[in-house]
Design a protein around this ligand. Structure first.
Ligand code: UDX
Length: 434
């Protein structure tokens, strides 16, 4: 059985490498020639721990190959995983034109039975549309099946997540499709949940929106903590001890970012509206998330009063640690707000600076990129923690204090112990705690 993976972005590349590492013969393809050139040479176009090693290993053992030609990849494959992106449109809905385009190409190249598996996050009913497109555009009587197999991997631990899944959701409408997918995921047989296609598609959107709701909920509680003597870290701990709630995704901070949560929350809201279901709950989740940035910038203003010409060190640019991804990163909005106030920013991130430079080019003294956190804080009037990289947790705060102009920390991820920071002589602000 040959598996074609169409689209080698985050989901596609990890899927291709992961399936190959499970022993399957995998062919990857992408419309962007550079991604294929790099992947063929064993180079990842994204930073993802462990991915490049596995890519190289599976290129070498012959399980994995990459191809520029989509038609040839389709013809050579028995199963096709569709991993193309579904960007957000102005109205919050997902742009499905890439999925439609790929479906047409599959239809036009249907030379033998194929199972078409939708793996990108898509609105419920997408597979039904893929099926319709395949039926409308196919040129012969060749049969096919469609299926949904949503991907739950987290950036930064994507390889681990793919090879150690909590669950494999398989949405199918025929026994043949079910058998093929169970064979592909045979190793994880005990973790497979088989559903119909609509259910599988909805599980992905519902999971991400639920997790985003947990985050916005705790961020709302953190605002209340700041008006009282309560401590949000302990509130979250106390809540999380109830197994019905669980301890995860209750970290208060600058809110969620990334390529999934913001987009998925808005897409599900939109799907609900289209189908006549009121999803104002999720609109509120989104609103609270946006407010986190404002609340944080207000803290900076409260600490420094006037931001114009103040030197501010911003530590952490990626949307979360262990990734170079800056899509929907809170840092972008924080930087925009601080720039609007006329602050001079010294930015540092272990992995995401190259990507950030494209958005905010270096321009001294307004925007400077530093080669270390210690360089960034030199002469700074305040140090902001925007992403909780482990490197920042381990900083020598005494050294930091000595080189800053004013020892002020505004910690958007509750990385430090407030008492210890104050003992060291810092004026210290964090989220939802005194
Ligand atoms: C997420 C889902 O976890 C994954 O299953 C899905 O397939 C894609 O979307 P990812 O975007 O990589 O993965 O990041 P994740 O680790 O889930 O974090 C999402 C965002 O929430 C980050 O911005 C993170 O900083 C934020 N977050 C997470 C919090 O603010 N508080 C928390 O307690 C947890």
């Amino acid at each position: 059985m040959k598996i074609g993976v169409i689209g080698t972005g985050y989901v596609g590349l990890v899927t291709a490498v992961g399936l190959a590492d499970m022993g399957h013969r995998v062919l990857g393809t992408d419309i962007v020639a550079e991604k294929i050139d790099k992947a063929s040479q064993g180079i990842c176009h994204i930073y993802e721990p462990g991915l490049e090693e596995l890519l190289k290993k599976n290129l070498k053992n012959g399980n994995l190959s990459f191809h520029h030609n989509l038609d040839e990849t389709i013809i050579a494959s028995d199963v096709l995983f569709v991993c193309v992106n579904t960007p957000q449109r102005e109205d919050g809905s997902a742009d499905m034109s890439y999925v439609e385009g790929v479906s047409r190409r599959i239809a036009e190249n249907l030379n033998s039975y194929k199972l078409v598996v939708e793996k990108s996050t898509v609105p419920v009913k997408t597979s039904m549309w893929i099926k319709k497109v395949l039926t409308l555009y196919k040129k012969n009587d060749t049969s096919f099946d469609v299926a949904s197999n949503p991907e739950f991997l987290r950036e930064g631990s994507a390889v681990y997540d793919f090879l150690n899944p909590d669950r494999i959701i398989i949405g199918v409408e025929t026994e043949r499709a079910k058998d093929i997918l169970i064979r592909i995921y045979d190793k994880f047989r005990d973790r497979i949940l088989v559903t119909n296609i609509d259910t599988a598609e909805l599980i992905k959107h519902a999971s991400n929106s639920f997790l985003a709701t947990k985050i916005s909920f705790i961020n709302l509680i953190s605002e209340l903590c700041e008006k009282t003597e309560a401590d949000v870290e302990l509130v979250a701990k106390g809540m999380g001890l109830d197994p019905r709630i669980g301890p995860h995704f209750l970290r208060a901070g600058l809110g969620y970012g990334g390529s999934c949560f913001p987009k998925d929350v808005r897409a599900l809201t939109r799907i609900g509206e289209d189908l006549g279901v009121d999803f104002s709950l999720l609109k509120e989740v989104d609103r609270i998330n946006t407010r986190c940035i404002r609340v944080f910038v207000e803290k900076v203003k409260k600490a420094l009063w006037i931001l114009k010409d103040k030197k501010i060190a911003v530590l952490g640019l990626s949307f979360k640690p262990e990734t170079d991804d800056i899509r929907n990163a809170p840092s972008i909005h924080v930087i925009e707000e601080l720039q609007r106030e006329g602050a001079h920013l010294c930015l540092y991130d272990p992995k995401a600076m190259d990507k950030m430079k494209r958005l905010f080019p270096e321009k001294s003294p307004q925007v400077i990129y530093s080669s270390s956190p210690y360089e960034a804080v030199q002469g700074a009037n305040a140090m902001l923690i925007v992403t909780e990289w482990h490197e920042f947790k381990e900083l020598n705060l005494e050294k930091v204090k000595k080189s800053m102009a004013n020892p002020i920390i505004i910690d958007g991820r509750n990385l430090y112990n407030p008492e210890k920071a104050r003992e060291l002589g810092f004026e210290y602000y964090s989220i939802g705690r005194k």
